[in-house]
Design a protein around this ligand. Structure first.
Ligand SMILES: [Zn+2]
Length: 680
């Protein structure tokens, strides 16, 4: 189901690494770089990404059940195998009722019990659908909207808790646009071939869902058209992804009275009582125009339309947890049509995914105990501090930033909080009841439990110890409002972090990831937050102007990249991530120079110099194969650039890269010094 992850800062997308700070270069146990994984027939100046990863890409063809598979995904698969061991052990146990093992085991077993699930058909959602059909007034309508919200089926919008962007010590309520079944407003509004085809596929999908819940074919088709029209109206009222990257425009704090005034047609008091939050205090309305539009729709749309929309929302959100017919219909749209997947993932992977998400920190505790050596945490601590020092040096060297802003930048850098591996305190799951007989009921119980947990934070001080990712997740993030960088245990593995690898490769991989996350505090969005995580101006106007000018070079470079015939990368949408990649490289390179400066000549390993290994280590993290449909989808929705462009995009802006591989101005990737982007 769609959960409230919208507020999570900047995740890495796909990445990770490792470090050896003091140790001198010594040969890894097995070669990190080999002719087998690279493609030495490619000229590195022609396409460095292929040169570094061509062999790996051939050895890892896309499995049918994947729309993208890269070294990042491979590590995620390895993490999944570890989680599987933990979960299956719990599932086989006769665990004490109420224990974590019982909850993990029952959740997984119920999800794997396809005999019971198929027998039940759509019965698990029938009570909810019956309630929707019985709606006979606007009062009854708002009651259902509240009920669904509290189970995180979230029709229309997400009601969530997060730190106040201008008072980051306190948690307040927020409302974020939602309601669409397709992943971007463009799919509803654009007339290009992909969007038109997806609308058709989506209509077929909705028709199928209605038919599977007992409606006659023509009635189901009619309902699907109604839902598409309704969601198209939501799309028209929605912000674009780019607009949502503007933290000032999405900060609109109002009281409940203010909200009622802003969007008067919707009965907000009744809604808030329905989710058991009658007095939430201030609410941040991220997209006021959207909220005004849905309030108007509340008044103007007839009950029949609302019933069709709410029913579709319920079935769509539940489909993955119902019988095979629903699962297949779900895959045909979200897997095949949208991402080009050819086959479904094995069931155990999907059930494992939902278990690992519903009981994230319960699984995480067991994961860390089994797979996260304390030594890794110590090494990461050292590496992060080395990166922090290097970033500080880079700031001092900047010719475009004034001393005044530099001073504030140093303060912000020093204030970045670091979390590595796993939280200091674990979440308490004792109030979550999980049984062995209904997968969907477990999902809904978990959603409800999470929603109540989120609501309990509203009006309270922010819990700085809380994590917004699980230890078993292969990823990392920076939170602007927390001014913190977070590295879950599962990312501290190759190709991000080599316990036996040399410094050069580790600085190139996890080192760049750390630098990447740190620079998010200073990218086009992160720089709008001060050291305490509050939206505030701490740059002089001249510095902002010079920063934007430099950032624009990067925007223009990426806008020129043709990702599919006629489709170009979105340099504006991906700007923050591209700044982070470029900055992460510069800072990690500096940190590597600091770490190796007293070591004299460093030996070649795997036939490559240390600086070559630094850039190869970075590139390896982004090796991937991907389907065209997935390229099209990600280019629309993802703030991260595609793997190839995360390598071939930033590297040609870096002189040391050319030097390391003896490339000159005849290289296809060459960018003349005056046209390069240099920010950090
Ligand atoms: Zn990032």
């Amino acid at each position: 189901m769609q959960k409230m992850s919208v507020m999570l800062a900047c995740a890495l997308g796909l990445t990770v690494g490792a470090c050896q700070t003091k140790q001198s270069a010594k040969a890894p146990v097995k070669p990190v770089f080999s002719a087998e994984d690279m493609d030495l027939s490619v000229n590195p100046g022609e396409n460095f990404y292929l040169y570094a990863n061509g062999g790996w890409m051939k050895q890892h063809p896309l499995p049918d059940d994947k729309s993208r598979f890269g070294s990042f995904d491979k590590l995620a698969e390895e993490s999944k195998e570890k989680v599987r061991t933990i979960v299956e052990k719990a599932a086989a146990e006769e665990a004490e009722n109420g224990s974590l093992a019982q909850k993990i085991g029952d959740f997984y077993n119920a999800g794997m019990d396809t005999i019971a699930i198929n027998k039940a058909g759509y019965q698990p959602i029938k009570p909810l659908l019956d309630k929707i059909v019985a709606i006979d007034s606007k009062e009854a309508l708002v009651d259902i909207i509240s009920e669904l919200q509290a189970q995180q089926i979230s029709p229309l919008f997400y009601f969530y808790a997060s730190a106040d962007q201008k008072n980051s010590e306190m948690t307040i309520a927020g409302i974020y646009q939602g309601g669409m079944g397709m992943p971007d407003r463009d799919y509803y509004l654009e007339d290009d071939e992909t969007s038109v085809k997806l609308r058709e596929a989506y209509t077929i999908y909705l028709t199928k869902l209605f038919a599977l819940t007992g409606q006659a074919e023509d009635e189901a088709a009619e309902q699907a058209e109604t839902v598409l029209a309704f969601e198209t109206a939501l799309a028209e009222a929605s912000n674009t992804r780019l607009q949502n990257r503007d933290p000032h425009a999405t900060y609109n704090k109002v009281s409940v009275d203010g909200l009622q005034e802003m969007a008067p047609e919707f009965p907000w008091m009744a809604f808030l009582s329905g989710i058991n939050m009658p007095e939430p205090g201030d609410i941040n309305v991220n997209q006021p125009a959207f909220i005004k539009a849905i309030a108007k729709m509340y008044e103007t749309e007839d009950l029949g339309t609302w019933k069709a929309f709410l029913s579709a929302t319920v079935i769509r959100n539940a489909a993955a947890y119902l019988s095979d017919d629903f699962v297949k219909a779900n895959f045909a749209f979200y897997g095949e049509a949208l991402s080009g997947q050819k086959a479904m993932e094995p069931r155990w992977k999907k059930v494992l995914g939902s278990t690992s998400s519903a009981l994230g920190e319960a699984v995480g505790q067991l994961f860390v105990a089994e797979y996260f050596p304390p030594a890794a945490k110590q090494r990461m601590d050292d590496l992060v501090e080395n990166l922090r020092i290097a970033f500080g040096q880079r700031i001092d060297q900047l010719e475009w930033m004034s001393d005044e802003t530099k001073q504030a930048a140093h303060e912000k850098l020093a204030a970045i909080r670091v979390k590595i591996g796993y939280p200091n305190k674990w979440r308490d799951y004792s109030a979550l009841a999980i049984g062995g007989d209904s997968y969907l009921n477990n999902i809904l119980a978990s959603n409800r439990f999470d929603f109540d947990f989120e609501m309990s934070k509203i009006g309270q001080p922010v819990d700085k110890e809380e994590w917004h990712m699980f230890p078993q997740t292969v990823n990392a993030y920076y939170s602007p409002v927390g001014n913190e960088i977070v590295f879950p245990a599962a990312i501290l593995q190759p190709p991000f972090f080599y316990l036996d690898g040399d410094d050069a490769v580790n600085y190139g991989a996890i080192g760049v990831v750390i630098g990447h996350e740190m620079t998010h505090g200073f990218d086009d969005k992160g720089r709008l937050y001060g050291k305490d995580g509050n939206l505030q101006t701490w740059w002089t106007e001249d510095d902002s102007e010079r920063f934007n000018k430099r950032a624009q070079i990067l925007v223009d470079q990426f806008n020129k990249i043709e990702v599919l015939p006629g489709t170009f990368a979105n340099g504006e949408l991906s700007l923050g991530e591209n700044i982070a990649d470029l900055g992460g490289l510069a800072i990690a390179y500096q940190a590597y120079q600091n770490a190796s400066k007293d070591k004299g000549e460093v030996a070649k390993i795997d036939g490559f110099t240390d600086v070559q290994r630094f850039f190869l280590g970075y590139s390896r993290v982004w090796a991937q194969n991907i389907r065209d449909k997935e390229i099209a989808r990600l280019t629309k929705v993802d703030v991260h650039s595609l793997g190839e462009n995360r390598v071939n995009g930033p590297l040609p802006n870096i002189q040391e890269f050319y030097d390391a591989f003896n490339l000159d101005n005849t290289a296809a990737l060459y960018i003349a010094p005056e046209n390069r982007a240099t920010i950090w």
